[in-house]
Design a protein around this ligand. Structure first.
Ligand code: TXA
Ligand code: MG
Length: 333
């Protein structure tokens, strides 16, 4: 691919999440380099959000086909609310869920230093405070908003360990700060508060039920469609795709299929990854992306043709799980 060589760095530093590692990661980010770091949801591919070149290199490293808007990450709500206009609903949600897996889309303040390319030229900005101690220390040390999409190559499964990050991005980014596996395991909930009523753009780590308990009924964005016109690129139908095709709501398993199990596995399954033996959604979410990656690699090695996924209930975190699985199962475009 043209331009590929230009973004290849000689090596990717693997930094431990200790004070020295965090100082080094912050130094690299402040200098405009890219550093992946763990959050409670998934690993983010961080770049200085106020530096247009750094942000552009995020898209290059991911191989994103176009400039999708990115989430800006902050160590505290005071800092986030310097870049966006916070409504009272936004403040209530921030009080309830930050730090945590909730991203708020709000009107961007005129004085915001976040580069326009980070928000893909929109007049809104997505902001979030991750609930991960090392991420918060890093963000405080950088002392600038950090733009960070999930640290995977475009269209691939999101990373929940530093090893997953390196599988896709080794040699393409300056460093990865290894803070261990992500506790939540699915991306943040994206809630658009820029219009008259809150709209759920992406189900995620904070459940719609929990949000509605605070602000009342929220609208759900249009169902995913494989079109170019999307409010949130996470809404593209095919996304989070392993290389093997995915079959959802499997109540049986064929001999040429790997099985992603939720609760007691279907009869006759050979290659199985168990999301949660006891069918607990929190545990299943934390294991989802690792399971898809592992079944994809191991299933391919064994010559299997499909990943069958057992049904996951459509409630609480199950909505985020099913959303990611539907995208993994969607026809590839
Ligand atoms: O958990 C997460 O959110 C992770 C970690 C690293 O924080 N990040 C993440 O980023 O998932 P990304 O780029 O993979 O997904 C961001 C989502 C996309 O669906 C994007 O379209 C949406 O947020 N988004 C960002 N800014 C937006 C904006 N101004 N308006 C509407 N949607 C926006
Ligand atoms: Mg992503």
């Amino acid at each position: 691919m043209a331009g590929e060589a230009a973004i290849r760095t000689s090596m990717t530093e693997i930094l431990p999440a200790n004070p020295d590692g965090i100082v080094r990661a912050a130094e690299l980010l402040r200098a405009g380099s890219l550093v992946a770091f763990g959050t409670e949801t998934v690993y983010g591919l961080g770049g200085d959000a106020t530096n247009a070149t750094a942000v552009a290199s995020i898209f290059a490293a991911k191989g994103r086909p176009r400039f999708n808007p990115l989430i800006s990450h902050y160590p505290a709500d005071v800092a986030a609310f310097e870049d966006v206009v916070a409504s009272s609903v936004a403040r209530r949600l921030a009080d309830a869920f930050w730090p945590g897996p909730l991203t708020l889309v709000l009107p961007r303040k005129a004085g915001s230093h976040v580069s326009l390319i980070a928000a893909a030229g929109l007049d809104t900005l997505a902001v979030r405070i991750p609930a991960q101690r090392d991420a918060l220390l890093l963000l405080a040390a950088v002392n600038r908003p950090v733009a960070a999409p999930s640290a995977n190559r475009s269209g691939q499964v999101s990373p929940t360990t530093a090893a997953h990050v390196l599988e896709g991005l080794r040699g393409r980014i300056a460093a990865v700060l290894d803070s261990g596996p992500c506790a939540v395991g699915v991306e943040s909930t994206v809630l658009d508060l820029s219009g008259a009523r809150p709209v759920l753009l992406r189900p995620g780590g904070v459940t719609a039920e929990a949000i509605e308990a605070i602000v009342g009924p929220i609208e759900t964005g249009a169902p995913p469609a494989a079109t170019d016109v999307v409010r949130s690129p996470g809404q593209l139908a095919s996304h989070y795709a392993p290389s093997l095709p995915v079959r959802m709501d499997a109540r049986d398993v064929a001999p040429d299929e790997a099985l992603l199990a939720f609760g007691p596995p279907c009869q006759g399954a050979g290659l199985v990854y168990q999301l949660s033996e006891t069918a607990e959604l929190v545990q299943a979410a934390a294991r989802l992306f690792d399971g898809l990656r592992w079944l994809d690699a191991e299933g391919t090695r064994r010559g299997l043709h499909n990943i069958a996924v057992m049904p996951v209930p459509e409630r609480g975190l199950g909505r985020a799980l099913n959303d990611r699985l539907r995208r993994a199962a969607a026809p590839r475009g």
